[in-house]
Design a protein around this ligand. Structure first.
Ligand SMILES: [Fe+2]
Length: 156
């Protein structure tokens, strides 16, 4: 059985479940970045305060793209905080204030997102869904580059 955009419904179900899992993780990543932006202390305040703002703004755009892709694929995007908390592998970070810890936790979250995006990309390939493949490819490339820069920042 095909859906309205000509993709196999069962394969798309596997894909939209993964996109929803990714969406939940993005929401935790996003809110953690807001906390880092607000609570950071120390010599690197101005640099990282701005960097975290740049990253959460990018995340907010990605969140909307992922959610709207899920709707386009005829599924319902997760849209409540309780669902996000239940589905996310990335955990909440509370009272993290040092530049080292905020950057380390951001890198770790990005690694989690990339792993999930690669898995989602494989399911999108399996469903013949090149739009989602393209979306995942772009997210992965951006996050790999961000990890490089954050690791360089934290280098001793
Ligand atoms: Fe701000």
């Amino acid at each position: 059985m095909k859906n309205s955009i000509g993709l196999d419904k069962e394969k798309v179900k596997v894909l939209t479940d993964k996109l929803n899992d990714l969406l939940a993780n993005y929401q935790l990543y996003y809110q953690n970045l807001r906390g880092f932006h607000w609570n950071l202390k120390g010599n690197h305040f101005f640099t990282l305060h701005n960097k975290f703002e740049e990253l959460y703004n990018a995340a907010q755009l990605s969140i909307d793209e992922i959610a709207e892709r899920i709707v386009t694929l005829e599924a319902v995007p997760l849209h409540t905080y309780s669902d996000y908390l239940n589905h996310s592998t990335i955990k909440e970070h509370k009272n993290v204030t040092t530049s080292h810890d905020t950057v380390t936790k951001t890198v770790s979250s990005l690694t989690t997102l990339i792993e999930k995006e690669r898995d989602t990309l494989n399911s999108a390939n399996d469903a013949g869904d090149e739009s989602t493949v393209d979306m995942m490819t772009q997210l992965i490339a951006f996050q790999e580059k961000t990890i490089w820069m954050l690791n360089s920042f934290n280098h001793k």
